[in-house]
Design a protein. Structure first.
Length: 77
């Protein structure tokens, strides 16, 4: 259910990065990593990753990856 909400949120973050950036303000570590104005590429990257991972969750593509990576910790490897 939450993945269906995160897909449009991620898309909106990518499309309206400038407005989201004004809402959040500058992100100091993003400015350090990406340089001056680095908040905007950071927000685009987060929105893109959020959209891709949510879409993978909805289609069932990420569950096998999570199970193989973290299944050992939950006894279902």
């Amino acid at each position: 259910m939450i993945a269906w909400i995160l897909i449009p949120v991620g898309i909106l973050m990518v499309v309206y990065t400038e407005k989201v950036g004004h809402l959040t303000g500058t992100i100091p570590f993003a400015e350090k990593i990406f340089g001056i104005g680095g908040t905007y590429p950071f927000l685009k990257t987060i929105g893109l990753i959020m959209t891709i991972l949510s879409f993978m969750w909805v289609t069932g593509g990420i569950q096998p990856i999570l199970k193989s990576a973290f299944g050992v910790f939950f006894g279902s490897a």
